[in-house]
Design a protein around this ligand. Structure first.
Ligand code: DAH
Length: 340
């Protein structure tokens, strides 16, 4: 047996000495040191050795394997080491185009992010976030907001009614404003109240650079004892500077809404294109909650006062990121969205 190992050793070393390239070296390794090679086969033959001789046989064969391993490594080093073995396949084609990584990392839509940022800014001012349904009824969209039956805002051509407003006592509709959430919150909570309510609203407007049939608003409502127009103004101005920066230029302009008295429009100076001058852009409406609105929700207007506001989220996003056309926010062109 030991004699067999001796002749195996000398054959292996002779053959290894005559190997002339990396491919030959690899064939030699497979033949002698591989999983089905001669060393393994010799190890398996231990069963034929007398039990008493087995330890000596095992030691001898281990020594032989180590000797061949070392001899193999020595020759491999001559051919350029491990790297040469790995690179032994076909040579790389250096004229091939580079590998293109087409997997881009996804991101949330800019409107989603702006909505969250707005809620965060208002949260720092003590406003909780509230929600209401998109499928509403005219009670919450109009009646309780002090918008009387024949008001032009209720025209079927200006709203997405789900039920026929002439036949149904309480027609359902897609809400046209998030002011509905003011009513829903006041119906279910006692003041003091401080909420913002972001969400989708729907109006059959003709689509252009600043209008869409679906867009987002963020509504705000603050009701407490002694709340005044000065609180409204300072809250909105503070918000504008917190969200747009210390140099944000904003103004309130007298206006009219049935559910606030007095009412105002909130404008901000915005540059939508680098090549155009700044312009005043209307961000939304606001005012002091009308006493009848408070009363209709069971809140005593002698004891409590409040302010409310409603801004278009797309307008805010367009101002923040200088987006010149609202349609860009809904076309979902990844080349545009990935810049934001
Ligand atoms: N809901 C109004 C709109 O969609 C905006 C608005 C105006 C909301 C005044 C308010 C407010 O809360 O007080 O045009």
């Amino acid at each position: 047996m030991t004699a067999d190992l001796d002749s195996l050793a000398s054959a292996a070393l002779t053959e290894l000495a005559s190997v002339s390239d990396i491919t030959g070296l690899e064939s030699w390794r497979i033949a002698y040191l591989g999983a089905k090679g001669k060393i393994r086969a010799a190890m398996a033959s231990v069963k034929a050795v007398a039990i008493a001789d087995r330890p000596a046989f095992g030691a001898r064969i281990n020594a032989l394997r180590d000797q061949l391993d070392a001899a193999f490594e020595a020759r491999r080093a001559e051919f350029g080491g491990a790297a040469a073995t790995v690179a032994a396949g076909p040579a790389p084609d250096v004229t091939e185009p580079g590998r293109v990584w087409s997997e881009t990392i996804g991101r949330r839509h800019v409107i989603t992010r702006v909505r969250e940022e707005l809620c965060e800014v208002f949260a720092r001012m003590g406003f909780e976030t509230a929600e209401g349904p998109e499928l509403e009824d005219d009670e919450h969209n109009f009646v309780k907001l002090n918008i009387p039956p024949h008001h032009p805002a209720r025209e079927p051509s200006d709203n997405f009614y789900v039920d026929d407003p002439l036949r149904s006592a309480r027609p359902r509709m897609l809400r046209s404003q998030t002011s509905t959430v003011q009513i829903r919150v006041m119906e279910t909570r006692k003041p003091p109240i401080r909420i913002v309510a972001p969400g989708r609203v729907y109006r059959p407007d003709t689509v252009d650079a600043t209008h869409s049939f679906m867009f987002h608003q963020i509504e705000g409502l603050c009701i407490d004892r002694g709340v005044s127009m000065a609180d409204l103004k300072s809250t909105l101005f503070h918000f504008a500077r917190a969200y747009f920066g210390a140099d944000a230029e904003v103004r309130l302009r007298p206006s009219f809404f049935p559910f606030t008295e007095p009412s105002a429009e909130f404008d901000m100076k915005i540059r939508l294109r680098p090549d155009q001058p700044e312009r005043w852009m209307e961000l939304g409406g606001c005012g002091m909650v009308h006493p009848s609105v408070l009363e209709g929700c069971g809140i005593d207007p002698e004891a409590w006062t409040g302010f409310a506001f409603g801004f278009g989220i797309e307008r805010l996003a367009m101002g923040k990121y200088s987006i010149p056309d609202i349609r860009m926010l809904f076309e979902n062109d990844v080349r545009f969205l990935s810049q934001l």
